[in-house]
Design a protein around this ligand. Structure first.
Ligand code: MRU
Length: 337
């Protein structure tokens, strides 16, 4: 199955990513040859979005095993486990990271009795499986979500939960791609998504490539559009969904859900099962990443406030389950986790 956009791929024994920090002005691919490269790329948002982080992490574990020269399976296992710990520390919120690392740890234990070559082979095939499964899940999310879209609708989305945030089809944007393929006519409002502008830089770029009509808005404009009756539906992605359905997603998702509720507009979250964390009871237990204050002080790399201004910069917020109409998943549209 071919992705809509090649976000990350495995070629000749190396991991490649499209550098999302350079988009939309430049389309540059980066070769990641070490675990440190993968961790740094995740931290710096060169590869970002929950499912894409999960895929990159899985390939990072494969790189760990492939780069080690030891012929002692126990030594290899210890080295890979150390790297898994390092990858796990890259970003705390997206559950897909921990889902993938959990699968890679299990694959490591399973392959251990077969020796070092078996471990290397198994870890690469598990990473490729995680990648292919994500492609398939996103394609199915697209088909399921497209059933909600009607001709003439105005749909609002936040951040980038598109092809770039996954193995190549997206979650929140997948229904839009599928609806466009069906020949439906609709229009999308794209929140710019401060501080690092994933909506303005990445979602607008993807929708443009797909030929989907869209309008970029600042994050503080959605309420006014809703009041004017110009939004029929909101679809966002998710970074982690607790057992009760509370959902962590890009900062600014929660106020959108409140606004949508006030205006009687359905609010959907599109996510694969690999984003649902059954071990976390509710949103209050989800760890929210706080990022570098410079992201807020600057806009598009230029200072936008006095140097040293005190900043609050959480990367995500929690939307309570009761504000979410349904979850669009690979297995259908469901009300609760
Ligand atoms: O900080 P980011 O850019 O990784 O945040 C991404 C989001 O919040 C996405 O909406 C989420 O990961 C879903 S991606 C399919």
């Amino acid at each position: 199955m071919k992705p809509f956009i090649r976000t990350l791929w495995w070629e000749n024994g190396s991991l490649y990513i499209i550098d999302q920090q350079k988009l939309p002005s430049r389309e540059i691919s980066l070769k990641l040859t070490s675990v440190r490269d993968v961790v740094n790329a995740i931290k710096a948002l060169k590869v970002r979005g929950a499912p894409a982080i999960g895929c990159a992490a899985a390939f990072g574990v494969a790189i760990s095993a492939l780069k080690s020269r030891t012929s002692d399976p126990c030594k290899l296992r210890d080295a890979v486990l150390k790297d898994i710990k390092m990858i796990a520390s890259s970003r705390p919120t997206a559950y897909n990271l921990f889902y993938s690392l959990g699968r890679m740890s299990n694959a490591l234990e399973e392959a251990l009795p077969g020796g070092t070559e078996k471990i290397r082979e198994k870890l690469l095939s598990e990473a490729l499986d995680i990648f292919r499964e994500d492609l398939d899940c996103c394609r199915r999310i697209g088909v399921n979500g497209a059933s909600l879209i009607r001709n003439g609708m105005n749909i609002l989305t936040h951040c980038n939960a598109g092809a770039l945030a996954t193995s190549g089809f997206g979650t929140a944007l997948a229904p839009l791609f599928a609806a466009k393929k069906k020949g439906l006519r609709f229009h999308v409002y794209v929140d710019e998504t401060r501080p690092v502008l994933q909506g303005a830089r990445l979602t607008a770029w993807e929708l443009g490539k797909a030929g989907i009509a869209h309008t970029l808005i600042c994050d503080n404009m959605s309420g006014s559009l809703m009041k004017q009756g110009k939004v029929d539906m909101v679809i966002t992605g998710a970074d982690r969904i607790a057992a009760n359905g509370d959902t962590a997603n890009k900062i600014g998702t929660y106020p959108l859900a409140v606004l949508a509720h006030y205006h009687g507009i359905p609010f959907y979250v599109a996510a694969p099962y690999s984003t649902f964390d059954p071990a976390i009871k509710s949103g209050k237990d989800i760890v929210i990443e706080e990022r570098d204050p410079e992201e807020v002080r600057k806009c598009s790399g230029k200072m936008a406030s006095p140097a040293g201004t005190r900043v609050y910069n959480p990367a995500f917020d929690i939307t309570p389950a009761k504000l979410i109409r349904s979850f669009i998943t690979e297995n259908g549209i469901i009300k609760k986790a």
